[in-house]
Write a protein that binds this ligand. Structure first.
Ligand SMILES: NC(=O)c1ccc[n+]([C@@H]2O[C@H](COP(=O)([O-])OP(=O)(O)OC[C@H]3O[C@@H](n4cnc5c(N)ncnc54)[C@H](O)[C@@H]3O)[C@@H](O)[C@H]2O)c1
Length: 342
């Protein structure tokens, strides 16, 4: 068992525990009354949770909406949840985003924590206190910054994760390596076979490193005013892809990473060899590199999204593996970049 702390400047505290048995989650809060907001797949796969008051949700991006939140709130009222109730979100990124957001707004906020069950959620989504839902399929348009009191990442739960979801989670690990840790990138490159076989020791190492990097970034900038923006590497295009298709978040991030790498090369920040390394790594892990969604549709979605300011888009690039670089790109130039690099 290993614990990483998030302790932000505003005094928020969150404890992320890796290699903890998920059945111990009650040890991390003292409230008598707990309500579990749980992914229905996890409910079916892990009978342990049936002894609790559970609110089941279908973890589909299309359900990450205010309507689902309203539905959960009705059930919380039926279950007589009050300010002394603890909310445990149990599932992948979709469930943690929904559960964290609902807990943050119900009765002006209940205490909450997560059992994070997917690889993507363990290395990224459940960490850092961003909770929210989509609106009109615009990603995470409505949400809060509010830290879960604990996040339990039990690697044993990854054994039941479908292979495409496992591979999707690797894209967020590659993202963090590309913006924070070139040695980690080299390590992933040298270990693709064992990673794909879900070697537990290697996975634990990658999960712990990803969490540590994300915690460091969140500790320095909880509300995404500066340093935290680098976590959006690969995400501008990814969110536009998700809005216009059914492709999963992890796969969309992979395409977004490839796009950002090519643009980094376009501005002479990285070499062609770097682009080839990134391309080979993503494709060796079974991650996609391109999208065939129409350029104009992608462009229009991106400019309607929240990361644009005035006539420029704040875009995260890299200047070498492990080193992020933010650049404001003119919207008119961006249209051209989409047409050649998407
Ligand atoms: N809040 C943040 O900072 C943040 C960061 C990154 C991503 N996200 C969000 O996270 C979401 C993606 O997360 P995700 O990939 O975990 O999606 P998800 O929650 O949909 O989980 C993926 C699939 O795996 C299944 N699953 C999860 N854990 C399982 C397990 N242990 N065994 C068997 N099946 C399991 C789920 O039922 C689902 O079908 C997106 O909505 C994305 O926007 C949020």
């Amino acid at each position: 068992m290993q614990a990483t702390e998030i302790k932000t400047a505003t005094g928020k505290y969150s404890k992320i525990i890796t290699d903890e048995d998920f059945t111990k989650f009650q040890n991390y809060f003292s409230e008598q009354k707990v309500i579990v907001i749980i992914d229905e797949n996890i409910f079916d796969l892990y009978p342990f949770f049936r002894k609790f008051n559970c609110i089941k949700i279908c973890a589909d991006e299309k359900n990450k909406t205010l309507k689902t939140v309203e539905n959960i709130i009705s059930q919380l009222i039926e279950l007589q949840a009050d300010r002394s109730t603890f909310i445990a979100g149990v599932g992948g990124g979709i469930t943690c985003d929904i559960a964290g957001f609902t807990a943050s707004i119900y009765m002006r906020g209940l205490r909450f924590g997560f059992v994070s069950t997917s690889l993507l959620s363990q290395v990224d989504a459940s960490i850092g206190g961003k909770n929210g839902v989509n609106f009109d399929r615009f990603k995470n348009m409505i949400g809060t910054f509010n830290q879960p009191e604990f996040v339990i990442c039990d690697t044993n739960m990854l054994a039941t994760l479908p292979q495409n979801e496992f591979i999707g989670g690797l894209s967020e690990i590659i993202k963090i390596a590309l913006i924070k840790d070139s040695e980690m990138f080299d390590f992933i490159e040298c270990n693709t076979d064992v990673i794909l076989k879900r070697n537990k020791t290697i996975l634990q190492k990658l999960i712990a490193k990803s969490i540590q990097h994300k915690a460091d970034i969140v500790n320095s900038d909880e509300f995404e005013k500066g340093a935290r923006r680098i976590l959006n590497f690969g995400h501008t295009l990814a969110h536009a892809i998700e809005r216009n298709s059914d492709i999963s978040h992890g796969f969309a991030v992979s395409i977004g990473i490839m796009f950002a790498a090519k643009i980094s090369k376009h501005f002479n920040l990285i070499s062609n060899d770097d682009v080839v390394r990134i391309k080979n790594l993503l494709s060796n892990l079974g991650l996609p590199l391109h999208t065939d969604i129409n350029d104009e549709i992608l462009f229009r979605t991106i400019i309607a999204d929240k990361k644009k300011s005035d006539d420029e888009i704040n875009f995260v690039l890299i200047k070498e593996t492990g080193k992020p670089f933010e650049k404001n790109i003119k919207i008119s130039d961006f249209k051209y970049l989409i047409s050649i690099f998407k």
